[in-house]
Design a protein around this ligand. Structure first.
Ligand SMILES: Cc1cc2nc3c(=O)[nH]c(=O)nc-3n(C[C@H](O)[C@H](O)[C@H](O)COP(=O)(O)OP(=O)(O)OC[C@H]3O[C@@H](n4cnc5c(N)ncnc54)[C@H](O)[C@@H]3O)c2cc1C
Length: 258
């Protein structure tokens, strides 16, 4: 793979189950098939993360929290495939959105951030994994860091789009405000935790038991279902805090981005 490879529309040139309203019931047969996705929009979220919107006419529908497998194929037949969480809520638009962090020297994320243009076609297969899915039927306590907020945002968007009243809270950790993905969309359900820099008056530091205590000391009826997503280190840290604060371990769902 070389840095000199050029961009060709439609080609990857390697650079250096739950029933709830909406189009959400998943067709397993369709989900197992590779489908063409056409990139329609690119939207910058932060200096290091962008959202990519795709038209996928045959999309099988998904549950908030699920992910897909994405495949790029080079002209010489070389293929690269990676998992990406669905950022968009399930809807009838025939489109889905993914938000990708730019990983230094990353093969797939690098191509998206430097080469991809609207009109390009890639392949997707999914949705995958029901374990991290939130059907919108139980109180949800969402803990995410960095791009780990992506599947959690699908849940927040679903909650809003359907006008759900079931309690939902999001704690999201980022190095600083400029790295907070979806910052403009957050509302009263969200508490940002800044680990390196923060606006004046906002504390700086890691997620601690003090962030969780008020939520876990007064749980909603039926208790919280906790969803944790981010790096291995964050997933480990956040799930330990949850257990220490009394959250039943069998009610903690973890998605690791590696
Ligand atoms: C279920 C699941 C859902 C995911 N959802 C998302 C998502 O919504 N958004 C998103 O941006 N990513 C997500 N990821 C991560 C994604 O699959 C890729 O691992 C990531 O985009 C890097 O791929 P790449 O081809 O760019 O880098 P590669 O070419 O695979 O790796 C380049 C270098 O970066 C290192 N590296 C790889 N991944 C990371 C990383 N995440 N952070 C730091 N260094 C890394 C590698 O060790 C290597 O040295 C998800 C992963 C999983 C398993």
């Amino acid at each position: 793979m070389t840095e000199t490879a050029t961009h060709t529309a439609g080609a990857f040139t390697p650079p250096a189950r739950f029933a709830v309203p909406g189009r959400i019931e998943v067709n397993g047969r369709v989900a197992g098939t590779w489908q063409t996705a056409t990139l329609t929009e690119i939207h910058r979220e932060t200096p290091g993360a962008s959202t990519f919107r795709f038209a996928v006419p045959g999309w099988a529908g998904h549950l908030p929290g699920q992910h897909l497998m994405l495949r790029l194929t080079a002209e010489d037949g070389y293929r690269a495939q990676r998992h990406y969480s669905l950022a968009s809520a399930p809807d009838e638009s025939g489109h889905i959105e993914l938000t990708l962090d730019r990983v230094p020297d990353g093969e797939v994320s690098g191509w998206f951030h430097t080469v991809a243009r609207p009109g390009d076609r890639i392949e997707v297969r999914g949705p995958l994994s029901g374990f991290f899915a939130w059907p919108g039927d139980r109180p949800a306590l969402l803990l995410g860091a960095g791009s780990g907020v992506v599947p959690l945002m699908s849940m927040v968007r679903h909650h809003r789009a359907r006008g759900l009243t079931v309690p939902l809270r999001l704690l999201v950790s980022a190095r600083g405000p400029e790295e907070l993905i979806y910052a403009r969309e957050f509302g009263a359900e969200t508490t940002p935790v800044f680990t390196r820099t923060a606006p004046a008056g906002t504390p700086v530091g890691r997620l601690t038991s003090a962030h969780l205590a008020p939520l876990l000391s007064e749980p909603p009826a039926g208790g919280w279902e906790a969803y944790v997503c981010g790096s291995n280190a964050f997933a480990e840290h956040a799930s330990r805090l949850l257990v220490a604060a009394g959250q039943p371990v069998e009610r903690i769902r973890i998605e690791r981005f590696g």
